[in-house]
Ligand binder design. Structure first.
Ligand code: SAM
Length: 352
């Protein structure tokens, strides 16, 4: 037995221990603009060319490009006696270049410059059972979104973060249930409108109103919504303080995971009151499995919610319980197999 233990090789533990090296390599290559430069270049480039163009040391760039190649983010071409030449892989050009419609650049930027700093205080968060915004950023506001939106710059960065994932996962959550009977839809906390855009694309008869805090709506109008999106409109308000307009369907995407059970029941009860009979609420979240075994992404997101918010990730049954407490009578749960899943709660009434 002892001999077997001595022969064990802790592959997983070594990978986990050094996982941050991988994240930081990706963050740095994105931040310095490596993938954008290689995309714009008509030809593969040597490390020296990349270093010159990005105002970096040749030695540092050489190592960064080599590590990106090991991570399958770049491909190499060996010339006879010249230097190694680098170009983007297909995955990098689709997801890591700023101009790509499916870019994750802004998510990576937020992970690198905000979340990574907060996660430094994960041990404190676990011990104290609360958000670490104050330690990480010196923000002492009691209001979660006052802290997240501590400057206009931070607000736009957060909005870009919210925006980018729906270009990758949005269609799956919007098509998880047939939403075609719901014509008037309110996306509560709809932010930059990325999910609203997926919604109007898939359901040609619906209109979507993005309900969000006034300054978010203003920013969204300025930076995110294009004029041709005429079935999308805005409503400025606070969903905890203001009354909610009547609608067929309310979307709550990544809203309930920010708050405690009590605040969620308060919000869901308000929605239930305003909802047309036969209408409902679509909750979009990363669901934890019922037996606590995974998925790992949702388990890690739940730690992230601890570090950054008042909330948590939950199981489908926990969302069903919140919806039932608020008055919704029928609840359907759909796991998409990707990061985000969908839960539909219906209000008693004739079908719409
Ligand atoms: C985690 S983000 C989710 C954004 C979007 N639903 C998505 O999934 O991409 C939370 C959103 O709720 C909005 N929000 C927070 N508190 C709010 C309130 N009291 N009233 C209205 N919107 C609020 C934020 O501005 C933000 O857009």
């Amino acid at each position: 037995m002892a001999a077997a233990k001595e022969e064990m090789y802790p592959k997983k533990i070594l990978e986990y221990m050094e996982g941050y090296l991988v994240s930081k390599t990706l963050f740095t290559a994105c931040e310095l603009g490596v993938f954008d430069l290689l995309q714009d270049s008509e030809i593969p480039l040597a490390a020296a060319d990349v270093a010159r163009a990005l105002n970096s040391s040749e030695d540092g760039m050489n190592r960064l490009l080599s590590a990106c190649t090991g991570l399958d983010l770049l491909t190499t071409q060996n010339t006879a006696d010249g230097p190694v030449l680098y170009s983007n892989t297909e995955m990098s050009s689709v997801f890591l270049t700023k101009s790509s419609p499916r870019s994750l650049y802004h998510s990576i930027d937020y992970n690198s410059n905000t979340m990574y700093l907060c996660w430094h205080y994960l041990p404190h968060a676990v011990r104290e059972g609360k958000t670490q915004y104050e330690k990480a950023f010196g923000v002492s506001s009691k209001d979660l979104f006052e802290a997240v939106y501590r400057s206009d710059k931070e607000m736009v960065k957060f909005m870009w973060l919210m925006n980018s994932i729906w270009n990758v996962c949005g269609r799956d959550v919007i098509s998880a249930f047939d939403l075609s009977p719901f014509r008037s839809i309110y996306d509560l906390g709809g932010c930059s409108g990325a999910l609203a855009r997926q919604c109007v694309k898939l359901y040609p008869d619906c209109t979507v109103t993005i309900f969000d805090l006034p300054k978010v709506v203003q920013m969204s109008r300025e930076h995110f919504l294009s004029p041709e999106e005429d079935r999308i409109s805005f409503h400025e308000g606070d969903f905890f303080k203001d009354s909610l307009p009547e609608a067929d369907l309310y979307v709550l995407a990544r809203i309930l995971h920010d708050w405690t059970d009590e605040r969620n029941v308060e919000l869901l009860s308000k929605i239930h009151q305003s909802c047309r009979p036969g209408g409902g609420v679509l909750v979009v979240e990363a669901l934890l499995s019922e037996d606590n075994s995974g998925p790992l992404t949702a388990q890690l997101y739940s730690l992230n919610m601890l570090v950054q918010t008042e909330g948590r990730e939950r199981k489908g049954s926990e969302y069903a319980a919140l919806l039932t407490r608020a008055g919704f009578t029928t609840v359907h749960i759909h796991n998409t197999g990707k990061i985000y899943d969908a839960v539909l709660g219906l209000k008693t009434g004739p079908p719409l």
